[in-house]
Design a protein around this ligand. Structure first.
Ligand code: ZN
Length: 140
């Protein structure tokens, strides 16, 4: 859900409000003093970092692991030929869009909202390659 910033007209503190685009109010009640806080687009844009290289490296929760699994996940990524670091929270660190695509596809992850250059849905597996999740196969 998008994050919107509001600046209080009385105490001048920043209020952060999460809501959908269609229900976004122009003003909210300041959570600190109860006065009117007005939406402030400059505050919203301030936190978006734009670098010459784009927003890379990307730290991905979706491709992340438990922090205790960081070392094992790194070693596994090296074996797969897509060396990938993991930050202190276990988030995968992707250096480029291609790195993200290669890592995700090697791990059967895809991006539902992705476009060209993003991880694509996996190809269907052959019967021989079907992964048995439950360990039992139902007879049809
Ligand atoms: Zn206030």
């Amino acid at each position: 859900m998008p994050r919107y910033c509001y600046l209080c007209s009385e105490c001048e503190k920043e209020n952060i409000h999460f809501c959908s685009f269609t229900t976004r109010p122009d003003t909210i009640v300041c959570e600190f003093c109860g006065a009117v806080a007005v939406r402030n687009i400059v505050l919203e844009l301030r936190r978006i970092s734009v670098r010459p290289s784009g927003n890379w490296p990307m730290h991905s929760d979706g491709a992340g692991v438990h922090p205790r699994q960081r070392d094992a996940a790194y070693r596994e990524s090296v074996k797969m030929g897509v060396p990938t670091g993991f930050d202190e929270r276990g988030r995968a660190i992707f250096e480029t869009q291609k790195h993200r695509k290669d890592y995700c596809e090697a791990n059967f992850l895809h991006d539902n909202d992705g476009g060209y250059g993003d991880p694509a849905p996996c190809k269907p597996l052959d019967d021989a390659d079907t992964v048995m999740v439950s360990g039992t196969k139902e007879d049809s």
